[in-house]
Design a protein around this ligand. Structure first.
Ligand SMILES: NC(=O)c1ccc[n+]([C@@H]2O[C@H](COP(=O)([O-])OP(=O)(O)OC[C@H]3O[C@@H](n4cnc5c(N)ncnc54)[C@H](O)[C@@H]3O)[C@@H](O)[C@H]2O)c1
Length: 337
């Protein structure tokens, strides 16, 4: 299955196919220097498959987790590319989850003012969401994704077979981004996730339908000037939860799931909560709302004291609401504490 993302001057294809990684050289131009960026938690065999099909390949394995989305790691990778004499006609390939994709994409965007970037996402979150749309970034000063760029991949290869090695908690956390898109834009997809009797069997459909939703949004608004903000449903509060030190054990997707609950009508919230519970995702946290507010204030989406939030009144629809930071504290207390 191929999906074309039509972004002006930067159209690219997404190949969604079980087994695609085994013949990745068929889909990507690896007949040059290829820098493969992976992390220590991604099974080595995936990067090796790309390496074995590259003419002149190099693998950089960063530590797993958010800590690798840093300027420090970014610099080390760029230094390595300089040392290996990468040129403008060479390429960078991410093999891993959203951390590898965001980091490697930012590296590709910066090296010689931009070289080809291929993304091979291997987590559910990255397959149905983060690998398309061109947002690449690292974190700084405890603020997520604060330094980055819009940089479109040249091609994205999604091989759901790679999800067989992903642990259940990561899979469920990734599903949250699918729930997010379904809750805001596609009631049928929400119901598919809500009623699924065999998630593994339904995953290909969930990935494809989520990608279609994201594709439509990023085509219309590639640089988040307007409707793309719908993808932030759950993220404003979710990022605050993720940044809060004492909640450091929660995964990005889990935080997004929690962040959705205070921003849905009581009926929509009830159903989102039931879906989160069905997939063993957290629906309550133990923290003071006032502590989260500080993070929201620092979040790049806050303009002055007003924050634009995505709100779901009826499932499959959304609206943007502007709220004063002081009001958000109350919303959080009522929703997830
Ligand atoms: N760019 C975007 O549009 C966008 C959108 C959403 C999220 N994100 C970012 O994505 C990141 C989260 O991504 P993630 O959830 O994929 O986390 P991740 O990249 O940290 O991967 C999760 C864990 O799974 C391991 N892993 C990856 N693939 C595996 C596989 N196939 N088998 C076994 N283990 C595997 C990794 O080593 C890691 O430990 C966050 O930094 C978030 O900010 C970006």
């Amino acid at each position: 299955m191929e999906l074309r993302v039509n972004i002006k001057d930067h159209a690219y294809d997404i190949i969604l196919m079980r087994g695609a990684l085994d013949e990745v050289g068929k889909y990507l131009d690896l007949n040059r220097k290829v820098l493969i960026v992976t992390d220590a938690g991604v099974p080595e065999e995936y990067a090796k498959k790309v390496l074995s099909q590259a003419k002149d390949g190099f693998v950089v394995t960063v530590n797993q987790g958010e800590e690798s989305k840093s300027l420090d790691t970014y610099k080390k990778i760029l230094e390595y590319m300089v040392e290996k004499s990468f040129t403008r006609s060479d390429c960078v390939v991410a093999v891993g989850g959203g951390v590898c994709g965001d980091l490697a994409g930012f590296v590709a965007s910066g090296y010689m003012r931009g070289i080809d970037f291929y993304n091979i996402p291997t987590t559910l979150l990255s397959q149905l969401d983060s690998s398309i749309g061109g947002k690449v970034a690292v974190n700084l000063g405890g603020v997520k994704n604060i330094v980055g760029a819009f940089y479109q991949p040249k091609r994205v290869i999604i091989d759901p077979n790679t999800l067989k090695t992903l642990d259940k908690r990561q899979t469920m956390a990734g599903l949250c981004e699918g729930i997010k898109m379904a809750a805001t834009m596609n009631k049928e997809l929400f119901e598919l996730i809500e009623d699924s009797k065999d998630l593994e069997k339904d995953l290909d459909t969930i990935i494809l339908e989520s990608l279609k939703l994201k594709k439509a949004v990023v085509e219309e608004d590639p640089t988040e000037k307007g409707i793309r903000k719908v993808l932030n449903f759950g993220h404003t509060i979710g990022h605050a939860i993720e940044s809060h030190e004492s909640l450091g054990g929660l995964l990005h997707g889990e935080c997004v799931g929690l962040g959705m609950l205070p921003l849905a009508s009581s009926n929509a919230c009830k159903r989102i909560k039931a879906v989160l519970e069905k997939y063993s995702l957290p629906t309550k946290i133990d923290v003071k709302a006032s502590d989260l507010i500080d993070y929201i204030r620092r979040d790049k989406k806050a303009k002055g004291d007003t924050v634009t939030l995505v709100y779901v009144n009826a499932l499959g629809t959304y609206e943007f609401i502007n709220k004063d930071i002081s009001e958000i504290e109350k919303i959080i207390s009522e929703g997830i504490l």
